[in-house]
Design a protein around this ligand. Sequence first.
Ligand SMILES: [Zn+2]
Length: 407
Amino acid sequence: MRIRFENCNLFDGVSAEARSGMHVLVADGQIAEVSDSALSGTADLTIDATGKTLMPGLIDAHVHITAASPDLATLESMPVSYVSHWTARNLGQMLDRGFTTVRDVGGGDAGHRRAQEEGMIRAPRLSVSGKALGQTGGHTDFRGTSRTDIGDLQRRHTPGLGRIVDGIPACLAAARDELRLGADFIKIMANGGVATPADPIDWIQFTPEEIRAIVTVAEASCTYVAAHTYTAKAIEHAAVNGVRTLEHCNLIDDRVAAILRDRGCFAVPTLVIYDCLDRHADAIGLGAENRAKNRLVRDAGLASLEILARAGVPMGYGTDLLGWMHEDQLAEFALRAQVLPVADVLKSATSINAKLIRREDLGIVAPEKTADLILIDGDPLSDISVLSGRGERVETVVQAGQIVKSP
Ligand SMILES: [Zn+2]
């Protein structure tokens, strides 16, 4: 299919500004031409983009596509069939918001990726970790502090987001098992979590030896490890032991930000989930201790963006939303724009996230790149609110050169 966008405002995913009066031709799944003069030749579809902004399809580097409820402890007991239908609807809604690619960091697996690749579901293209790995009492352990059952701690065959592993042999085996099952990378929990019952935010999770074992397996399989971390201590612990992408990073400091920069790591802040959990704490029945943990990381969020920017750490766009809160997936833009230049926030969700997931054919509008594009009614660089809500202003979405949403 050949699609011609005429007279658009173009944000290419890498420049500091948009260019007006641009023309873009999509052919055979790729961007064929980008020009400041009118393009000749035939097209199956010509779109007058006057007053609209064309930019790369959005990429969210931190999602949980199977998180069918904000109460993650209930996920384990949900029927797999229900969760897979919920996930399909969730993915379709992400596409409607303009996300043409997402990276799932706990829950999404090779089956979801295959269903998208085969065109069975309307969905962003997927990079998946399978189940996240966490230690006993860590951020994949939802048993609560009064449950004494050991249960099947290797629960792979549930809709839960993670599995529990302790010790180097178990870490090696679980990482290899996730890769066997088709994981694109490995996710670990290296710090206490907001939603789990037994792990304060300042607790470090996994030993250096356990993390290095998992990193060794990932790198031997030509991939990398992502880690859930909040505190400077936990971020340093993960990064110096070989983790490549550091998720959340709310409580980072200047010294540790410099370590991330020097080691070529990425940070993936996810401010919107803490904002959301705080706003809806009553509705989801968040306990007093979890609420206090959430306040702590929420309040540090904006400062962490400034620390990361000052140090020059590449920052991906992430959201980490759960259940019905996914409707706020675009709200991360406005939160970040409070302290960062809008163009930098847009780059996080396009070219930086493309590098992060090792798909440099995405996240940029240039000849020979994959044609994942969105056409927005308005200009996000001057008014970030055009990227909000359910994506009402995201009029057209093109994925691999095909129209997947139109006005
Ligand atoms: Zn997460």
